[in-house]
Design a protein around this ligand. Sequence first.
Ligand code: MLT
Length: 414
Amino acid sequence: MYKINENYLKLQDNYLFSTIAKKLEEYKSKNPDKEIIKMGIGDVTRPISPSIIEAMHKAVDEMKNKDTFRGYGPEQGYSFLREKISKCDYKARGINIEEDEIFVSDGAKCDVANILDILGNENKVAITDPVYPVYLDTNVMIGTAGNFNKEKGTYDNIVYVPIKAENNFVPELPKEKVNIIYLCLPNNPTGTVLNKEELKRWVDYAKDNEALILFDSAYERYITEANIPHSIYEISGAKEVAIEFRSFSKTAGFTGIRCAYTVVPKELKAKTSSGEYVLLNKLWNRRMSTKFNGVSYITQRAAESVYSESGQREIKENIDYYMENAKIIREGLKKSGFVVYGGINAPYIWLKVPEGLTSWEFFDKLLEKKQIVGTPGVGFGPSGEGYFRLTAFGTRENTIKAMERISINTQELK
Ligand code: MLT
């Protein structure tokens, strides 16, 4: 009999957002007349802006002409896009990231999962808790996470670094030595951030312990405050210890178009078991050439147009729109007596669930009493218990309506 990857059997139930979708479908089938407001998965609702649509149309037209038709593109991404990323996202901020350190892909979710292809499966991995579930699940899949401890709700080989109100959402450095650290900043799910000094402590830890930081900055465009790093490479020495993941999904509404990129600096060197140094950039390049055929030309032209003057103006308008929603949610919840976090540098609002309720109990109440879907904090890890996430990616109308529903008879939720 053939063998399966039995690590998959160690995964807990379903992927968080699939579980929520299933619960929602059940509720809808029993209550077909109810109007539901979705504030669960962080999916955008604003349409793709005009400059991007125009660039896509133009690229489609090029495909019908024999002189401009494109077949396979470079696996790492077209130079026209990598050059824009290097110039606008990094060099403009004083960070020297070259084109050949940038790898264009079809999503940050895939990249944070696929990066494990080039890392060994004996690493000690640290994740913040709560955390975007992909980091943990993909480590379970390759066997690094170990076994699940039902009582604790944690995997034996993972180092969980709590982020909660008690520590002001600033994760403490691990007491034990870890090799791989996942950081998502601005943070999903809590919507909180670290300032430069706080992030520098992690870079220094990684240097001192020869660890690698996997830095997910999918939400960097949502930062509104000064002294909050947009890229980990704003911290001196970070190019020697960090890989950065970025996405056009939340920045330019590409959740359905699919485009992202990963930065693997050439300074990043890993030591083999025989003591030789190997460039991670070279390994990732090899992985992409073998397993990936590049993002479609049309999509990359769309991503390129994000960097045009009109593209930048338009995406900012959409981001401002979502951040205004975030403000409406924060203020609405506070008025209704909730304690809230996040929503200032990120499109996520993290609220404390009323005393005595679990986060899944609050999920059920919010759905049944107010027809609002959110995400239970515990779905992101044990330290998320007692919290709940709402996204600001809805329409203005629904955001206002949701806060109105919560403000009327709020006690039904307690
Ligand atoms: C979320 O809701 O956490 C995100 O939308 C999920 C994702 O980006 O994959």
